[in-house]
Design a protein around this ligand. Structure first.
Ligand SMILES: Nc1ncnc2c1ncn2[C@@H]1O[C@H](COP(=O)(O)OP(=O)(O)OP(=O)(O)O)[C@@H](O)[C@H]1O
Ligand SMILES: Nc1ccn([C@@H]2O[C@H](COP(=O)(O)O)[C@@H](O)[C@H]2O)c(=O)n1
Length: 496
């Protein structure tokens, strides 16, 4: 029990004079019982800070927290179980048409999983099928409300699936890299030095941390205490150089269009999955590019396809500084191609003060890939304005998204792909001595460009290798020597 010391500030007023009978009507003018020590706040101190009641209150709060935590954990478990059952019960689609309906019936939270599960079927055949249905809806003579809804759903789905497959592919590439990085750290004789090197190369990221966590958890589970302890120390060292926004990807933390779809669905629990697809449309003004393919447009106005010759498209790929531009100049001179460099086209867009100029400049400074909508439109404009049918498209497609957007909008695949295979140190050396005043020819940006090349461009090269279109050129040697590898490719093609 708290000992009270009642202060003299209580106003007893005139009680002394009026006697006991008046005391009952007396009220102190102000509550001036002042406690020197009142830890539980019983006598007017502001809040109980310490002491028994505070402890009880604290305990109650802990119990409540524990209850809430348990309820939350139960909820998570139930939700996981619900999703597991849902996933198992769904019949997987076979045809592109079935795929469309399947994705329309997919809950937003399940998109990431379903894209990964069905990635092999999210191929060109599927996207072409989707594009055809979209075309039919867009060009219908009159559209009913149901058709408008369907169009909105499919446009959103197209965007989400393109973005999602690109993110998925990037994640696969990242995963391999991350596994290699982690092995390197854990087997290194000098972990500190290895980490420093990796910081230099921008290789420490959240994916690495996630994999490390998984390994730590496994080591604990299997009783490997020393290994777990060692990895925990490594984790602390890895954690410090990682900045939060460094590599947040479309999937992690639900950013990007998938995140938007999920948010939209959450905000309207009542809505069906199909309504969700429609409503998210409003978030993306750039959902679709042109309605018809460039080739169709060219045919209509007497362009490339109607000169009796079909367009011949060569994609020229390779890392920064691998010599694409240099060799394109030689191909133009010898074989009469028109050279379209995606990088040059984007740089011209910056100089022309267009509305996208500032955004493009930022992306180039960071070595990032400019959104396909922008680049494909610009390439399309160039193709349309040129009176030739043989094109070298240099530095494009930079990503799977670029590739799909091109094939969808231009309406054709490249005839061949040249891939300039060049070691990184040679590329860095060339870029740093290029001396053309480019904002991205510096050590920092070149590192980023190399990372982007490995993560986003190599999958494109892999894709075209699988379809038999790639001619791999050893890009080391003099420019003339390299051209001698290219010459026979075009000579043979021209003879045909
Ligand atoms: N075979 C070569 N040997 C040495 N230097 C070369 C060779 N080919 C090109 N270069 C030089 O390397 C630099 C980069 O070449 P180029 O601009 O052709 O590369 P790129 O692949 O088009 O680069 P980016 O993708 O960054 O535009 C240029 O300064 C060029 O003169
Ligand atoms: N398809 C592309 C091509 C280029 N970019 C951006 O331009 C930069 C420079 O390209 P170069 O081919 O001239 O090296 C490149 O780093 C990208 O930022 C692009 O976004 N998309």
């Amino acid at each position: 029990m708290a000992a009270l010391s009642i202060g003299s500030a209580s106003t007893f007023g005139r009680t002394g004079a009026r006697g006991i009978s008046s005391i009952s009507r007396w009220r102190p003018r102000n509550s001036c019982i002042r406690c020197v020590w009142d830890p539980e706040g019983l006598f007017g101190s502001k809040q109980p800070q310490t002491g028994h009641l505070a402890r009880i209150e604290f305990k109650r709060r802990l119990e409540k927290d524990a209850e809430a935590r348990e309820a939350f954990e139960n909820h998570v478990r139930e939700e996981q179980e619900r999703r597991r059952i849902l996933r198992q019960s769904r019949e997987l689609p076979e045809t592109p048409a079935e795929m469309i309906e399947y994705f329309l019936d997919t809950e937003a939270q399940e998109l990431e999983f379903e894209i990964a599960r069905l990635r092999p079927r999210l191929n060109q055949e599927f996207f072409s099928h989707l594009q055809i249905e979209l075309g039919q809806l867009k060009f219908a003579v009159s559209r009913t409300e149901a058709m408008e809804d369907r169009l909105a759903e499919l446009e959103t789905m197209q965007k989400v699936l393109l973005e999602g497959t690109e993110a998925h592919d990037k994640m696969q590439v990242d995963l391999i890299k991350v596994k290699e990085s982690l092995t390197k750290i854990l087997t290194s004789k000098d972990v500190k030095a290895t980490l420093l090197e990796m910081v230099e190369r921008n290789e420490l990221n959240r994916s690495l941390l996630a994999l490390l966590d998984e390994n730590i958890a496994n080591a604990h589970k299997t009783g490997q205490k020393r290994a777990a302890g060692f990895m925990e120390k490594v984790r602390v060292a890895v954690l410090s150089p990682i900045r939060p926004s460094d590599d947040e990807r479309i999937f992690s933390g639900g950013v990007g269009l998938i995140g938007e779809v999920a948010k939209t669905q959450k905000s309207a629990i009542q809505s069906t999955n199909r309504e969700m697809w429609r409503r998210v449309v409003s978030l993306y003004p750039l959902l679709s590019l042109s309605n018809s393919s460039v080739l169709h447009q060219m045919q209509a106005k007497g362009g490339i396809a109607s000169k009796g010759k079909t367009a011949f498209i060569t994609f020229v790929l390779g890392g920064p500084g691998s010599g694409k531009g240099t060799q394109c100049a030689k191909i133009v001179e010898t074989f009469g191609f028109t050279h379209l460099s995606a990088g040059d086209i984007l740089r011209r867009e910056i100089s022309s003060n267009s509305e996208n100029g500032a955004m493009i400049l930022d992306m180039i400074k960071e070595g990032k890939v400019v959104p396909s909508e922008v680049t494909v439109k610009l390439i399309q404009k160039e193709i349309e304005s040129i009176d030739n049918y043989k094109f070298l498209i240099d530095g494009f497609p930079r990503s799977e998204e670029n590739r799909i957007a091109f094939e969808r909008n231009i309406g054709m695949e490249p005839n061949i792909v040249l891939f300039f295979d060049c070691p990184e140190d040679e590329m860095v050396k060339r870029v740093l001595s290029r001396n053309e005043g480019r904002v991205d020819d510096n050590v920092d940006t070149i590192k980023k460009r190399l990372n982007v090349f490995a993560a986003l461009n190599l999958p494109v090269i892999k894709h075209y290798t699988e379809t038999g279109k790639v001619h791999k050129i050893n890009a080391v040697g003099s420019a003339d020597e390299i051209f001698e590898q290219i010459r026979p490719i075009f000579t043979e093609l021209m003879v045909k």
